[in-house]
Design a protein around this ligand. Sequence first.
Ligand code: SF4
Ligand code: SF4
Length: 174
Amino acid sequence: MEIIKKIEEIKKISKLKSVENEKFFEIFRDFNEELKKSYDKPVKNFYQQLTKIINCRECGNCCRDIIIVFEKDDIPLLSKGIGKSEKEIVEQDFIFYEKHKVYIMNQSPCKFLKGNECSIYPFRGTECREFPYIETKEFSKIYNYVFQGYSICPFHFNIVEFVKNLSVDNLKIN
Ligand code: SF4
Ligand code: SF4
């Protein structure tokens, strides 16, 4: 399959395929656990191929298009990295989201994004380190986030297309 890297193109395709993707997500969600797990290894292998093609330094779109979340434990490292007190950071740069006990950045794109790169890379938060999740997590556990990221992240976009292709023999999407 053709790998698409450009976010502008991904956003266009995403609009065109929104109904197809919604239907496919519903079908995938209803798969039993065993069937879902059968996608874990192929997706992981495909992700490894994608890492040779997609370069986050040429993209940075997750730092523009998603809500920036820092956990409480991320704040001391950030404080050290930017030379600002923890108190100032949580009062000036974030809003505390009581329901999930996390800090949400009060602006988007992220204030630490410079061009397409993170200016505080060694001090970034847990969520920033884990996104797009495939490196450390099994697809069957996080597929809903991957589908949500279809129009945002080239990794997620291509993985969803890959999963749809894998399923084509078994399913009628339309
Ligand atoms: S802290 Fe860095 S990695 Fe995290 S959202 Fe901001 S720019 Fe991106
Ligand atoms: S994780 Fe995805 S959206 Fe973020 S910079 Fe890398 S390719 Fe782009």
